[in-house]
Ligand binder design. Structure first.
Ligand code: AMP
Length: 469
């Protein structure tokens, strides 16, 4: 077969001579190795993005562990919605004239032509899932917690990234002052358990009617101060006046400070509701600061709104550790039955940056492995080592090792760098005798033990081991 096929092919020299002569196409020269290397630029992180590397591991694991523990303690169940959603989910929820939607959301058309967005917050996705999964037929309220990456094309600076992480809780299905207070309690205790003393800034923005009445007053005031406002806020007066109260520009600060206070425009129901939230917080012993200009930057909020700051670090808005509030209209706005709800989200990069700056992080998790290193010498010991390491793991002792390293000296150096208090040494002789050496890394003393007794022996050793000198 092979030869037949080969015979069918015309040899190059039998090609018709009448064929128009083409200019010989110059084959591009193969790039030399040095050229390839020159062209290979290293690829950097995108602006505003951050790697979480092993040196950050314990901070991130501690934060996750604490979030899970705290959410579960108050009856919240885990829920994760996709990072990618239809863009309209967020424009309809957060509001068109918000910074998040107008300036920060990552929006693009996917390959099917669907306009999609990377989630710029958790709440809208949680509400969509509540509706899609018919959760209104479950016992109410439905309490969910979420944890993961959020994307905003923000201006990168200290504490501000384009991909960051939030831990959040949502209580969907009921309206009660205790539920608002419970959300504040979960966030407050999460921070407290991590050793962060937080202050809670709180306000009420009432219901739609309250806000409409207040807005008339606010617009009149802002028009009278127009010349002092930044260019953005001048536009906001007509488009979205409440948003002026959120402005971070220094020029607007004084105008905001003296603006009419929304709390004075609340109707009886809103006022009573807010007073009850404050009473709950008093009862729980959670300190709070009433902040009349706090409105939060998104359209879906109503009534209670709050933000968390580290005590003594409240000057700038980018210091906020998190925030939240009630959003009683959102489920309906997204096509569900009228369903009250509330929630919060905490920014984990800011929480972790506080933990990193602390000298005493008592609550930080530890790496799961012991301070024991396993060194081996020779082929037989190499294979046996893997088996022994596995047996130890099954008995709850995790040891560090480098089975690819042949030299004992090299392995001892690694053990030293890793701060091992003890090294197990397995050579050909020990494999043969069914023994293993336990070496004390400080004193250099060595003990030979039976392999069958290794696990019991090493557990004893770990218990009494003192940290390396
Ligand atoms: P927000 O819903 O915008 O108030 O965000 C809640 C929390 O997420 C903030 O208080 C911050 O801790 C955090 N956060 C918001 N935007 C960013 C960002 N661009 N980079 C880092 N953390 C952020």
């Amino acid at each position: 077969m092979k030869t037949k096929i080969a015979q069918k092919k015309k040899p190059a020299s039998t090609k018709k001579k009448t064929v128009e002569k083409k200019k010989p196409v110059k084959k591009p020269a193969e790039p030399s190795e040095s050229k390839i290397q020159k062209n290979l630029r290293t690829i950097s992180l995108l602006r505003g993005m951050k790697d979480i590397t092993p040196k950050d591991e314990l901070y991130w694991r501690t934060a996750y562990h604490k979030a899970e523990e705290m959410a579960n303690a108050y009856g919240f169940e885990f829920m994760e919605t996709p990072a990618l959603e239809e863009a309209v989910l967020f424009t309809r929820s957060l509001g068109k004239d918000t910074d998040v939607v107008d300036k920060e959301m990552y929006v693009f058309e996917d390959r099917d032509g669907t306009r999609v967005a990377l989630r710029p917050e958790w709440t809208a996705g949680a509400v969509r899932a509540y509706i899609n999964h018919g959760m209104q037929s479950l016992p109410q309220p439905v309490k969910v917690w979420n944890y993961g990456a959020i994307f905003r094309h923000d201006r990168p600076q200290a504490g501000r990234f384009r991909q960051f992480h939030q831990f959040g809780c949502e209580t969907i299905g009921q309206r009660h002052p205790c539920l608002d207070a419970e959300l504040i309690l979960v966030a407050y205790n999460f921070l407290k358990d991590l050793g962060i003393h937080a202050n809670v800034n709180i306000n009420s923005i009432g219901n739609l009617e309250d806000r409409q009445n207040y807005t008339i007053e606010l617009v009149g005031y802002l028009r009278s101060k127009r010349s002092y406002l930044c260019e953005n806020c001048k536009k906001r007066i007509n488009k979205n006046p409440l948003r002026v109260l959120d402005c971070k520009e220094e020029s607007c600060a004084e105008v905001i400070q003296e603006s009419p206070q929304i709390i004075e425009w609340l109707g009886e129901e809103s006022k009573t509701y807010f007073m009850k939230v404050l009473e709950c917080l008093d009862e729980l012993g959670i300190p709070y600061i009433l902040k009349s200009t706090l409105v939060r930057g998104l359209d879906y909020y109503c009534d209670t709104v709050f933000e968390f700051f580290e005590d003594g670090n409240e000057e700038k808005s980018q210091n906020a550790l998190g925030g939240g509030g009630r959003y009683d209209m959102l489920v309906e706005q997204l096509g569900g039955q009228p369903t009250p709800a509330a929630g919060f989200a905490l920014g984990l990069e800011r929480v972790i940056s506080i933990l990193r700056a602390k000298e005493d992080n008592k609550n930080l998790l530890e790496k799961p492995w012991s301070k024991v290193f396993f060194a081996q010498l020779g082929d037989q010991a190499n294979y046996k080592a893997l088996k022994l390491i596995e047996e130890m793991r099954l008995q709850g002792v995790i040891v560090r090792h480098n089975l690819a390293k042949a030299s004992l000296k090299g392995q001892m150096e690694t053990a030293d760098k890793l701060g091992a208090t003890h090294t197990l040494i397995l050579g050909q002789k020990e494999v043969h005798d069914g023994t293993i050496i336990i070496r004390d890394m400080d004193s250099g003393n060595q003990e030979i033990v039976d392999q069958n007794k290794l696990i019991a022996e090493i557990k004893k050793t770990i218990k009494t081991a003192k940290p390396r000198k």
